[in-house]
Ligand binder design. Sequence first.
Ligand code: FMN
Length: 373
Amino acid sequence: MSFNTFGHLFRVTTFGESHGPAIGCVVDGCPPRIPLRQEDIQKDLDRRRPGQSRFTTQRQEPDAVKILSGLFTDEISGEQVTTGTPLLLLIENVDQRSKDYSAIKDIYRPGHAGYTYDVKYGLHDYRGGGRASARETAARVAAGAIARKIVPGLTVRAALVQMGPHKVDRARWNWAEVARNPFFCPDAQTAAVWEKFLDEVRGRGSSTGAVIEVVAEGVPPGLGAPVYGKLDGDLAAALMGINAAKGVEIGAGFAAATLSGEENADEMRMGNDGRPQFLSNNAGGILGGISTGQPIVARFAVKPTSSILIPRRTVDRYGRETEVATKGRHDPCVGIRAVPIGEAMMACVIADHYLRQRGQVGEARPWPFSPPR
Ligand SMILES: Cc1cc2nc3c(=O)[nH]c(=O)nc-3n(C[C@H](O)[C@H](O)[C@H](O)COP(=O)(O)O)c2cc1C
C-alpha cells in the first residue's frame, strides 16, 4: 500500500511526479480565518527552488504556486483568509528534460529508487525519478508555509551545519549569515571552505552528503501525543521521510550516549517569567514525547546524491549486469536544498500537534500549580 498523506488534524497529501505536468498538495484541516496570500507560500518555495547557484541542479523551475481552493475574503478585515476547507496548491513543472533519462531508463542508479519501485509496483517512472524525485518536496515546502501560520509566535529556521567532512564552527554561528551564501551556512568562514570543496567534488563528477539542523522557537509546552504519537517520534518520521535522509537526531542525539547522567541532565531553575528555565537543552526541547517550551532542535543527515558522472556497477531491469554514469542535471549536495524542506516538515509536525493539543486538552491548566492545602 502507498501512503501520500501525513498529519492527523493538519493533514497534507502530496501528488505529482518529477516529469509530469504538475506537482502539488491538498492541505486539509487548516483552521479557518488564517490570513494567507500566495506570496507567503512563494517566498518559502523560492528558497528551495533549483537553479539558483552553480551548487544546485540547473533545472530551471519557477515553482510558481497557485492556490486553487480554500480561500475567501474576510468580511471584517478585507484580507484573504483560509475558509477551513481543503487548500489545493498547484505547482506546474516547466523544465522537464525526459530525454536526459532515456539512456538509463532500464538501468538502476545505485542509491536511487528505481529498483525498489520496480519490485514493489512492477513499474517505475524513470523520468527524473518520478515520484521518488525531490521535486515532490516543493509541495511539502508549500504546505509548511501554511503550517507556520497556525501556531502563534512560532519561528522555524534551519541551516546546513556539515558538508562532507567540513562542520561549521558553532562559535561563529550567525543566523543572518544563512541568507547571505548559497549553502544556508550560518558561518561565513565555513561557507568559503564549502565553496572550494563543492567545486572540487562537482569537478570530479562526484557528490557529497551533509547535515541539516532545524530549530523551532516559540513552541508552546505540552505538544506531543504519548505514547505512539510522541513529538520526537513524529518529527523523526517526518525528517526521515525527506529524500536522501539517512539519520535523524533530536537535541544531543547520538552524542547523548557519550555523556554522563549529570552532564546530560538539563537542570531546572525558576525563570522571572514564572516558567521553568532549563540550564541546557540536551533534550532538544522534548521530554516524554512532549514539548518543554524550549527550542526544539533536530538534525538530519542526507547521503551524497546518487546520480553521479563516475561510473558505478549495477544491473538493469532484466537482470543483466552493467555500469551506469548519470548525465543530466543534478544537485552535487542535496543537503543544500534540503534546508527549507526540513523547516517545512518541522512546521507541519508542530502545527499538527498544536491542533491535536487544542482538541484534547483545550486551555492548559496554569502552571505552576498551587500546592495542596
Ligand atoms: C533537495 C533534494 C534534491 C535531490 N536531487 C537529487 C538528484 O539530483 N539526483 C539524485 O540522484 N538524487 C537526488 N535526491 C535524492 C533522491 O531523491 C533520493 O535519494 C531517492 O529518492 C532515493 O531515496 P532515498 O535516498 O531516500 O532512499 C535529492 C534529494 C533532495 C532532498
